[in-house]
Design a protein around this ligand. Structure first.
Ligand SMILES: Cc1ncc(COP(=O)(O)O)c(C=O)c1O
Length: 448
C-alpha cells in the first residue's frame, strides 16, 4: 500500500465504490450493462481478447530489424579492403543525428552510460558539487558522479508525469548545487521550459538524460537539445535501438571537446590548435568509449524510420487510451499541448484504486485472464540501493532522503500496456472490451 493519500482506501470504501459503479454510474452505460452479464475469464468465462497470440507477439516485438539492417551489416563486413571502412560509420551516424536533432555538437559513445560519464567529466566541477537527479532512474545517471567527486541529490518525480519534480528540487537547492540532470521518463519530455528558467535563475547547468525519448520534442525543439549537455542510449529496448550504443549532445565546443577526449584517444588531434584538450592526443583522459561500428550501421538504418515508427505507436496509444480514460480511476501521464512525446518500452497508465473501486492487483489478475498483456514494473529507486549509503565509494556521501512520495505513487499505481507497431483496430477493440468487462465486475473484484 502506498503512502499517498489518494491510495489509502479501506476495503469497505472499495466495495462501496465498486457497487456504485455497477449500479450504473458514469461510463459507457450500454456496453457496461452487456459486459456485466458476461462471466469474467478468471471465473471461467470466454476471454475478451481472442486475437491470435502469435500475431500479437509479432506486433509488439521489439526491436524491429529488417533487411535494411542486415544488408548494412553485410555491406560493412564485406568492406574490409578499406581500412577506414568500418569506422566511417561513426562520423556518418554523428552527421545524421546532428542533422536530425539540430544539435551543434554530438559524439557517438559505446553506450548511454559512457556518454553520461563523459558528460560529467566535461562538466569539470569541483569535488562536492551537487547535481540534482531523479531517484526514479537508471543507475548510471547517479552513480557515474562518484568518479568525479560529485554528489547526487536525489529528487522526487511528479506523480502526474513520472518526470522530474521541480518543486522538490527547489526544496533541496543548496549553495553547492551546480546542475540539474532530469530524465524524460518513458519518452515524455520533462517540463523543460520550467527547468530551463529555474536553471537560468539560479545559475545552474541544465543537463538531460534523453535515453528514453528519441524524437520527442517540446515547443518544436527536440529533447537532448535543451540542456547544455545531454545523452541518448541506443540499447536494444530503446525507441532507436542499436543493441548497444550511446550519443552525447553538446551545446558548446568546450563541452564537446572535453567529453569526446575523455573516451576517444584519437579525437584531440582532430580539434583546432587552440583546443585546451588537444595536447592529450594519443591518450585522451583514460577511457576507450568508441561505439562499435556495427551498432552505428544498425542505428543509421533505424533512424530512417524513427519518426514513422513513433507516429504509429502514438496513434495506437491514443486510440486505446482515449477509450480507457473513460473508465473511472484510469489516467495517463500528463502531456502538455506544447510537448510531443514518444513512447519507450510500454504505454504507462495509472490506476486510482479509490476511484476505480478495486485494487490494482485484482485488475491485473482479471485483465490478464481476459488475454490483455498488462504488466507492472517498478523503476528502482536509486536512493534505496546499497552503494549510495556506503561512504567508502564516495568523495562526498550522498544524503539519503527519508521518502520519495512521487516515486512510490508512480510505482504503486502504474500499469503498462504493450506498444503496438501496426494498424490494429480489432485488437484495440478487444482490449477496450476486456477493460469494460472487468470494470463492469468491479463490485465483485473489490472483494478479491
Ligand atoms: C534513463 C536511462 N539513462 C541511461 C541509460 C544508460 O544507457 P545504456 O544502457 O546505453 O548504457 C539507460 C539504460 O537503460 C536509461 O534507461
Amino acid at each position: 500500500m502506498s503512502e499517498c493519500k489518494t491510495d489509502v482506501t479501506t476495503r469497505r470504501a472499495f466495495v462501496r465504490a465498486g457497487g456504485a459503479a455497477v449500479a450504473g454510474l458514469g461510463f459507457a452505460a450500454g456496453g457496461l450493462t452487456a459486459a456485466s452479464q458476461e462471466t469474467l475469464a478468471m471465473d471461467g468465462g470466454p476471454k475478451a481478447v481472442t486475437y491470435p497470440a502469435d500475431r500479437q507477439a509479432a506486433l509488439t516485438k521489439w526491436p524491429r530489424f529488417s533487411t535494411a539492417e542486415k544488408k548494412a551489416l553485410h555491406d560493412l563486413i564485406d568492406d574490409t579492403n578499406d581500412s577506414g571502412g568500418f569506422y566511417k560509420e561513426l562520423p556518418a551516424l554523428e552527421n545524421e543525428w546532428r542533422e536530425y536533432t539540430k544539435s551543434p555538437f554530438v559524439k557517438a559513445h559505446m553506450n548511454g552510460s559512457s556518454a553520461i560519464t563523459s558528460m560529467y567529466f566535461a562538466l569539470d566541477l569541483p569535488p562536492g558539487a551537487e547535481i540534482m537527479v531523479p531517484s526514479y532512474n537508471f543507475f548510471s545517471d547517479c552513480l557515474a558522479m562518484r568518479f568525479f567527486g560529485y554528489v547526487p541529490v536525489f529528487v522526487d518525480i511528479d506523480p502526474k508525469t513520472s518526470c522530474f519534480d521541480l518543486d522538490d528540487a527547489k526544496r533541496k537547492l543548496t549553495k553547492d548545487t551546480k546542475a540539474l540532470a532530469p530524465m524524460h521518463s518513458w519518452g515524455l519530455p520533462c517540463e523543460l521550459d520550467h527547468l530551463e528558467n529555474f536553471a537560468n535563475e539560479k545559475g545552474l547547468i541544465l543537463l538531460e538524460d534523453a535515453a528514453h525519448s528519441h524524437g520527442a520534442s517540446m515547443q518544436g525543439k527536440k529533447t537532448g537539445t535543451w540542456g547544455q549537455m545531454a545523452i541518448f542510449s541506443f540499447q536494444g529496448s530503446k525507441p532507436l535501438p542499436g543493441v548497444e550504443g550511446g550519443m552525447g549532445m553538446y551545446r558548446t565546443r568546450e563541452y564537446f571537446e572535453r567529453a569526446a577526449a575523455f573516451g576517444h584517444y584519437e579525437d584531440p588531434a582532430k580539434f583546432p590548435t587552440d583546443s585546451p584538450v588537444r595536447a592529450y592526443e594519443g591518450t585522451g583522459f583514460g577511457q576507450k568509449y568508441r561505439m562499435h561500428p556495427f551498432a552505428a550501421a544498425v542505428i543509421r538504418q533505424q533512424l530512417k524510420g524513427l519518426d514513422e515508427r513513433n507516429a504509429v505507436v502514438a496513434k495506437n496509444v491514443r486510440a486505446l487510451n482515449s477509450r480507457l480514460l473513460q473508465l473511472p480511476g484510469i489516467s495517463e501521464p500528463r502531456c502538455r499541448a506544447d510537448q510531443e512525446r514518444v513512447y519507450y518500452y510500454m504505454s504507462m497508465l495509472f490506476l486510482d484504486e479509490a476511484k476505480a473501486g478495486f485494487r490494482r492487483a485484482a485488475m491485473l489478475k482479471a485483465l490478464q485472464a481476459e488475454g490483455v498483456r498488462v504488466s507492472t514494473w517498478d523503476y528502482p529507486e536509486q536512493h534505496k540501493l546499497k552503494i549510495y549509503s556506503e561512504a567508502k565509494w564516495w568523495h562526498h556521501t550522498p544524503r539519503i532522503p527519508a521518502s520519495m512520495p512521487g516515486n512510490m505513487q508512480v510505482n504503486s499505481t502504474h500499469f503498462f500496456l504493450p506498444l503496438l507497431h501496426g494498424e490494429l483496430p480489432e485488437l484495440i477493440d478487444q482490449y477496450v472490451k476486456a477493460f469494460e468487462k472487468v470494470w463492469a465486475h468491479r463490485a465483485a473484484l473489490a472483494k478479491v
